[in-house]
Design a binder for this molecule. Structure first.
Ligand code: CU
Length: 190
């Protein structure tokens, strides 16, 4: 890794800590809304699809910090199988939601970083297994049906049925990544 890359990476990691602090503030301000965001977010965006109903497979490649795709055109009712490959060195997410849904999900992700469940490069599986309800934080798993977290060098899969016409976004809600441009438009034609 050359010096410029190294500095870039150091900046990313520093930014991660900064956003984690912001997450604490948001968690305190918005305590009532944790743990049930997935249902709210998923409703206008569609629903998890059956693999057997897949009409199309789309490969998504993630890097530090970008997607290989800026825009995706789909049809209402279409079921797409997304193969999501993380070619970067940082943890990334592929999530399908409205812009408002992503904004809501970002708060939860910041809280997960804040509590050590997510790091810049991976998922802390021991922390993720802990019973956070005892700490008054409720259910905090990253189990949202509309998103998938993929660690560096790995790949994952998400099958999604788009429900209605409109504009959605695919995005990475790891703190700082959406702001850095890790977001794209999905046009859902009726
Ligand atoms: Cu990311």
């Amino acid at each position: 890794m050359n010096r410029i890359n190294h500095m870039f990476r150091a900046t990313l990691l520093a930014g991660f800590g900064l956003f984690a602090l912001t997450g604490t503030a948001m968690a305190q301000m918005d305590h009532a809304h944790h743990g049930h965001g997935a249902g709210n977010e998923a409703a206008p965006a569609g629903q998890p699809g059956k693999a057997s109903a897949t009409t199309r497979t789309v490969q998504i490649e993630m890097a530090d910090i970008s997607y290989n795709l800026e825009k995706l055109d789909v049809k209402a009712g279409e079921t797409i199988r997304f193969i999501v490959v993380n070619k970067g060195e940082l943890l990334h997410e592929f999530s399908i939601a409205t812009a408002a849904g992503h904004a809501e999900h970002q708060k939860k992700m910041a809280m997960m970083v804040d509590h050590g469940m997510l790091t810049a490069t991976g998922i802390n599986k021991d922390m993720a297994k802990m019973d956070h309800s005892a700490m008054g934080m409720g259910h905090m798993d990253h189990d949202d049906p509309n998103s998938i977290l993929v660690e560096p060098g790995k790949q994952g899969e998400l099958v999604w049925t788009f429900a209605q016409g409109g504009t959605l976004e695919f995005a990475c809600n790891i703190p700082g990544h959406y702001e850095a441009g890790m977001v794209g438009k999905i046009s859902v034609a009726k």
